[in-house]
Design a protein around this ligand. Structure first.
Ligand SMILES: Cc1cc2nc3c(=O)[nH]c(=O)nc-3n(C[C@H](O)[C@H](O)[C@H](O)COP(=O)(O)O)c2cc1C
Length: 351
């Protein structure tokens, strides 16, 4: 196995395709972003280790060697607090919606970190070049195993203190996620309210506090945004939302249509779908349930799962997650390579 840790200076284009769990991040999307000269990321959350291993093999079989994989860090079992009464009340609140969709709300699941351990073992075994962690710090032993395999460790943070903690834990790259970002905020505890410091202020503050490579993400809508973030000290800039409607993404039909629909233009931060704060387009599910949602992850995510799946089958944008960042108005259905190359061409003209 390689012992040479990759660096972001290896990229032809300093643009990262953000990991997007729940469907959007397909092997094709990762291959397209990396093929264009950027860095594509697999999302492993909610996927078994066997499926992740298959994606890694499939990417390598088609000649993609430069890519990353992202995992959601679970709470240590001893630290995992579940307010079962609040979850039961949320179950009751979901019941009429579930009945209308013809599904049942699942029982509150048992907590386990087995799936995470299994996926990390797959990533170590496969020596994935960049491994990124969201929602917390990986264990020292996982960091050591990945470093031995030659992986660069990436840790996603939302404030300066977490950036310092990430470097202390062995991060080779700190991924700074601003409040503009689509999808889940990478706060290190489930019940924390995510910081609101704009990315353009957070990034230089993090840059001044640490001395490793930095990826910046959140609300990027244009090459001008890329140029600005690079000038503020990012080594690479990540985009998620801008890739959601590319043909390579696995985004659901309801999500795709909402992204292109001016009626869904506003983004909100909501716990209604998963129990963790995440930014998405405002819809009825959020409006009806956000106030009732306890800060509990991943149990709450499991409770809403069958409702989200049924609404997706019906193509109902008011019943599915519509994760999107504040740059949503710039979404196009161009191929992912075109999106990445265009961002970089515009950024270079300005830079
Ligand atoms: C649909 C969607 C799914 C996401 N899933 C993940 C994920 O699995 N892991 C992760 O670290 N971040 C996830 N994110 C956040 C992205 O990594 C990134 O921080 C964000 O997309 C950047 O903001 P932007 O969407 O405004 O470009 C997701 C974002 C979106 C839009």
């Amino acid at each position: 196995m390689s012992a040479v840790t990759p660096t972001l200076t290896d990229l032809t284009i300093p643009v990262v395709g953000a990991p997007m769990a729940g469907g959007p991040s397909t092997d094709d999307l990762v291959a397209a972003v990396s093929g264009a000269g950027g860095l594509g990321f697999l999302a492993t959350a909610y996927r078994p280790g066997t499926a992740v291993a298959q994606s890694i093999t499939a990417l390598r079989d088609r000649g993609v060697d430069r890519f990353g994989a992202n995992v959601f860090v679970p709470d240590a079992p001893a630290d995992h607090v579940v307010d079962r009464a609040a979850l039961r009340a949320y179950r009751d609140a979901l019941a009429p919606r579930a009945a209308a969709l013809g599904v049942t709300v699942p029982e509150i699941p048992e907590y386990s970190t087995d799936a995470y351990d299994e996926v990390v073992a797959v990533l170590v075994e496969a020596a994935v070049p960049w491994v990124s962690f969201t929602f917390g710090l990986p264990s020292q032993s996982d960091v050591a195993a990945l470093h031995d395999a030659g992986s660069a460790i990436v840790i996603t943070v939302t404030d300066v203190d977490d950036a310092r903690a990430a470097v202390d834990r062995g991060a080779d790259v700190v991924w700074v996620q601003g409040p503009e970002a689509g999808g889940h905020r990478s706060t290190f505890s489930v019940d924390a309210e995510p910081p609101t410091t704009p990315l353009v202020d957070l990034l230089p503050a993090v840059r001044a506090a640490i001395d490793v490579e930095v990826i910046a993400s959140g609300g990027v809508a244009s090459g001008a945004d890329v140029a600005r973030l690079l000038a503020l000290g990012a080594d690479a800039v990540a985009v998620g939302t801008l890739l959601l409607n590319t043909p390579e993404a696995g985004t659901s039909g309801a999500h795709r249509r909402a992204l292109a629909d001016p009626a869904f233009a506003e983004t909100v931060l909501t716990r209604a779908f998963s129990g963790r704060p995440a930014r998405g387009l405002d819809n009825a599910f959020h409006r009806d349930l956000h106030e009732l949602a306890p800060a509990t992850f991943p149990e709450l995510n499991t409770l809403t799962g069958p409702l989200r799946t049924a609404a997706a089958v019906q193509g109902d944008p008011d019943g599915v997650t519509l994760w999107a960042g504040t740059g949503v108005a710039a979404v196009t259905d161009d191929p992912a390579a075109t999106v990445v190359e265009r961002l970089w061409a515009q950024a270079r003209e300005l830079g």
